[in-house]
Design a protein around this ligand. Structure first.
Ligand code: CA
Length: 223
């Protein structure tokens, strides 16, 4: 599997190349978009890892050029706090993104996942089951899709995920997620559970993995 890495910071590129090669990938590094386009004419790549902030044409424009007339899975490297970049990236069809600073090994893992998914080709892709929790990056994927959660939604889901099937009371959840913020009442948990459920339904309309236990609290049914 041949990976194209376009990143203008050599220090970052070096660690990524190392991690990709350690995973057995063949990796080619370009410093600019122009260089990458020339390289892509010579070589057929299976996946591209693109920095968004490049000195010449920028990651999004580069993505469009590289994909002209062919399918190419793309993972973007985005700057920290660049929420807009992540949203735009997903809108133009990025397969995944990784926020700087990131662990090169995590990136290599995502490369493998995206390639596996792409390799399934037009065959109906096996939906990724249930939840995947990246505790370090504080991100949760549900059925293969990254969830865009608020801090409290994330906290609630993380707490439930930690003990699948167990019923957690509102007080326990308050304690875990809000700590000693005293200004929030019982309804707070319910409100955020409601928005969380709505986001899960956006991913899979048929699913409602959070179960309400009247008078007791909530549990998560892991599928
Ligand atoms: Ca850059």
């Amino acid at each position: 599997m041949r990976i194209l890495l376009v990143e203008d910071e050599s220090a970052i590129a070096d660690t990524v190349l190392y991690a990709l090669r350690a995973e057995g990938f063949e990796a080619v590094h370009c410093l600019t978009g122009g260089e990458a386009l020339r390289e892509a004419q010579r070589t057929a790549f299976d996946l591209a890892v693109l920095d968004i902030g490049l000195p010449d044409i920028g990651g999004f424009a580069l993505c469009r050029e590289l994909r002209r007339g062919r399918d190419l899975p793309v993972i973007f490297l985005t700057a920290q706090n660049a929420e807009a970049d992540r949203i735009l990236g997903l809108e133009i069809g990025a397969d995944d993104y990784v926020t700087k600073p990131f662990s090169p090994r995590e990136l290599a893992t995502r490369v493998r996942v995206v390639l596996r998914r792409a390799g399934a080709g037009s065959a109906p892709a096996e939906p990724e089951a249930g939840f995947v929790h990246d505790t370090e990056g504080k991100r949760i994927r549900f059925r293969g899709q990254a969830l865009d959660l608020t801090r409290y939604e994330y906290g609630l889901l993380a707490a439930l995920l930690q003990r699948p099937g167990a019923v957690l009371s509102r007080a326990q959840l308050m304690d875990r997620v809000w700590g000693d913020a005293l200004d929030s009442g019982d309804r707070t948990v319910d409100t955020h559970i409601k928005t969380l459920r709505a986001k899960l339904r956006e991913v899979a309309a048929d699913s409602d993995p959070i179960r309400t236990h009247r008078g007791l609290g909530y549990s998560l049914e892991h599928d």
